[in-house]
Write a protein of this length. Structure first.
Length: 316
């Protein structure tokens, strides 16, 4: 009576084949991941052929079949892993992981947006979302958005191809609505994208900015109208002695810079804010301080409300 330990030959053949395939992948620069995914069905084929050959050769004898359980165990593990890799490959997950690992994080230019503003537009309403944005005025009757963003470039393709992917604009009546969108995200494993946008608006048009607790930088420059900013986290305002502005703060937790220029009002508790030892910061008893700063005659207004902190600088 002949006996055959099924699995021993299968394991040896498959290991030999795998070694040859890995060697060839190094020589011919094949994709090793796809070699590993493709070879595992050979395990089942060789195991089945080995069993059939035994029975065919043992027709004249009573066959007694034994299994090499250690080899079968390793065959089962490798087969299970191979099936899992095949499922991931069919779903496109492996392609995505490969692109993710090979992708390069780059800083690129935002697709620019430019739109002429007619005399019928009396105000511009901006929803900045949670993205940091810098806003400045210009003597031109035009709204422009440009800047940079940092994101992963996958398969040589940039994340943004046109301004509509990060910006929505709409004219309605006497108002131009400008909304900053979150940057697109690819499904699966992605690195967080960041945007640094600059918005340039006509100096003669009123501006209202609402933020979802993002950072806002203001450069009023030649402003001859009013600006209102609310619900930002950190607001920086850059002024010059030649400007003609009054900056009004309402419900601001921390006020930094130009401490000698600010005129503070009492907070909601009825007590005056307390100056810090360095003289450039005022910390109120409650996060609702109010203050005013005037530059020049102060004819035009920049109002900031419900901000975590405001930092003002005045250049000569």
């Amino acid at each position: 009576m002949r006996s055959w330990r099924v699995g021993t030959i299968s394991m040896g053949v498959c290991l030999l084949f795998l070694g040859v395939m890995l060697l060839l992948s190094q020589i011919f620069d094949w994709d090793t991941a796809y070699v590993l995914i493709s070879w595992w069905p050979l395990l089942l084929i060789v195991l089945g052929v080995e069993t059939l050959l035994y029975f065919l050769q043992s027709q004249s004898e009573k066959p007694y079949l034994k299994f090499d359980f250690l080899s079968i165990f390793f065959v089962g593990i490798i087969g299970t892993v191979g099936i899992g890799f095949t499922i991931f490959q069919a779903s496109g997950f492996l392609d995505h992981v490969g692109s993710y690992l090979e992708g390069e994080v780059k800083t690129e230019n935002l697709p620019a947006y430019n739109q002429a503003v007619g005399d019928e537009i009396k105000r511009i309403l901006v929803d900045a979302g949670n993205q940091p944005v810098t806003i400045e005025s210009s003597s031109e009757k035009e709204v422009s958005v440009f800047g940079t963003y940092r994101a992963q470039e996958i398969d040589g393709e940039s994340l943004l191809t046109n301004f509509e992917e990060y910006l929505f604009t709409k004219e309605k009546g006497d108002t131009l609505y400008v909304t900053f969108k979150d940057l697109p995200e690819r499904q699966g494993l992605t690195r967080q994208s960041m945007m640094q946008a600059r918005l340039v608006v006509p100096s003669t048009t009123e501006l209202e900015v609402t933020s979802a607790y993002g950072g806002v930088t203001l450069n009023p420059r030649v402003l001859v109208s009013s600006w209102n900013v609310s619900n930002a986290s950190d607001v920086s305002i850059n002024l010059s002695k030649e400007e003609n502005l009054t900056v009004n703060l309402e419900e601001v937790e921390y006020i930094h810079g130009e401490a000698s220029e600010w005129q503070y009002t009492d907070n909601a508790s009825g007590e005056s804010p307390v100056n810090s030892s360095n003289g450039d910061e005022v910390v109120g008893l409650e996060p609702n301080q109010s203050a005013t700063l005037s530059v020049g005659d102060g004819d035009y207004f920049v109002s900031i409300s419900k901000a975590s902190s405001v930092n003002a600088s005045i250049r000569e």
